[in-house]
Design a binder for this molecule. Structure first.
Ligand code: PLP
Length: 409
């Protein structure tokens, strides 16, 4: 049935609250406004071409890079590469460094909770170059233990990739400590961090962290989809993994998505305006939702850590004895839009590898629902979610075959 058909049948919900910012989000009007001129009024040229619209495009891209340099303490715009997604930036980091190492039979180490856009290229590097991929286990809250990582390090290690914040369970990794351990064991090994879910939530300083490579994605900060960034520390060698015409960006040839890059720049400006207050507010809404759901709904499990090392925007709860997909549909009918398990796998009904890695059973992983809070959410939105979600779970449990002695609530 179409969405319109469903709504006709069930009626318009009294309120709509979008919580699926893990996968994609709406774009604030100021961001759209900033992008519009670059489609047909100025800067619609190719940034590598020396005509006026091309220069304007080049300058617009450069300005966003300069802004990013400040936010990341990235040294200079020459250390930043725009790609067309976070996925592409991760592929460039992992494959590009594995190939550039010139090694056959080296080792790539990733955490077992990385985004698939890190894990898959690592596996591809293994196939292509005869490398070994190690997936480092994490503890029950998703943390990589520096001592465990250290035990896997050796002189063959070409690259270590551990994300700054987990996209599903919100674990804020202790990246600085992990970098230290890696470099102590092998100063030649590169350290990449996928910071797609960290940017705009925690402060990131590439020098302070000591990373060689760092990935960002525009839509993770309410920018438009279709822009990724890779920070490449000066002196780090990468092999381009896609080939094309010579352009201003040798590591990622192909024309830059200029309007989207401009939109990303605006989204960044908004994300860092009054940063500490925004983060504090988002955190308090997160806690209200998280504690409210854990208190209101029996037989739930919080996925990921509590406290300061949980991302300010992340609420991930396993509701036992229900299927996550059924929950997302039920919630949609009431205007609450969330996702189940891992975004990237929810349509193929595979349990999230992240939840399995922290020790969740298949059925616990299948019942997980992910909510992401932004600065645009209000107390009223959270109140509405706290009214709708417990009712939805109760109804689904009452018809669920997953638990024999149901319902308890
Ligand atoms: C942690 C993380 N890395 C990488 C990506 C991929 O980014 P993109 O959607 O821009 O390809 C995502 C997207 O959800 C993500 O959550």
């Amino acid at each position: 049935m179409s969405v319109e058909g469903l709504l006709r049948e069930h009626g318009q919900p009294e309120r709509e609250v979008y919580f699926d910012h893990e996968n994609s989000g709406w774009v604030p009007p100021e961001v759209v406004e900033a992008m519009l001129p670059y489609f047909n009024r100025k800067g619609f040229g190719h940034p590598s071409i020396t005509n006026k619209p091309g220069w304007e495009a080049y300058e617009a891209v450069w300005r966003v890079k300069e802004h990013l340099v400040k936010e990341l303490n990235a040294g200079g715009p020459q250390n930043l590469v725009f790609t067309h997604s976070g996925t592409e930036a991760n592929n460039l980091a992992v494959l590009g460094s594995a190939i550039a190492s010139g090694r056959k039979g080296g080792k790539v180490i990733v955490s077992s909770v990385e985004h698939l856009s890190v894990i898959f290229p690592a596996e591809f590097a293994a196939k292509l170059l005869g490398m070994k991929v190690i997936k480092v286990p994490v503890d029950e809250e998703g943390f990589v233990d520096p001592e465990v990582l250290s035990a896997y390090m050796d002189k063959d290690t070409v690259l270590v990739s551990v994300q700054a914040v987990n996209h599903e369970i919100g674990t804020i990794q202790r990246v600085k400590e992990l970098v230290k351990v890696v470099k102590e064991n092998n100063p030649e090994a590169l350290f990449h961090t996928d910071a797609c879910d960290a940017f705009g939530r925690i402060k990131l300083d590439v020098k302070e962290l000591g990373v060689d490579l760092l990935t960002l994605s525009s839509h993770k900060i309410l920018g438009p989809k279709g822009v990724g960034v890779l920070y490449v520390k000066e002196g780090v060698k990468l092999e381009p993994v896609i080939r094309g015409q010579l352009s201003t960006q040798t590591l990622w040839p192909g024309v830059e998505n200029v309007p989207a890059i401009v939109g990303f720049g605006k989204a960044m400006e908004l994300a860092f305006k009054d940063f500490s207050n925004q983060v504090r507010r988002v955190k308090s809404l997160r806690d209200k939702l998280l504690n409210g759901l854990l208190n209101e709904v029996p037989e739930t499990l919080l996925n990921g850590p509590k406290g300061d090392l949980r991302a300010p925007d992340n609420v991930n709860i396993s509701f036992l004895y229900v299927e996550g997909e059924a929950v997302t549909v039920e919630l949609s009918l009431k205007g609450i839009y969330a996702s189940s398990g891992s975004a990237c796998t929810s349509r193929i009904l595979e349990p999230s590898h992240v939840l399995l890695a922290i020790g969740r059973k298949h059925e616990e992983a299948h019942g997980s629902i992910l909510f992401k809070i932004t600065r645009y959410h209000t107390d009223g939105d959270i109140d509405y979610a706290l009214q709708v979600v417990p009712e939805a779970i109760k109804r689904l449990r009452s018809i669920s075959s997953l638990k024999p002695s149901h319902p308890k609530q």
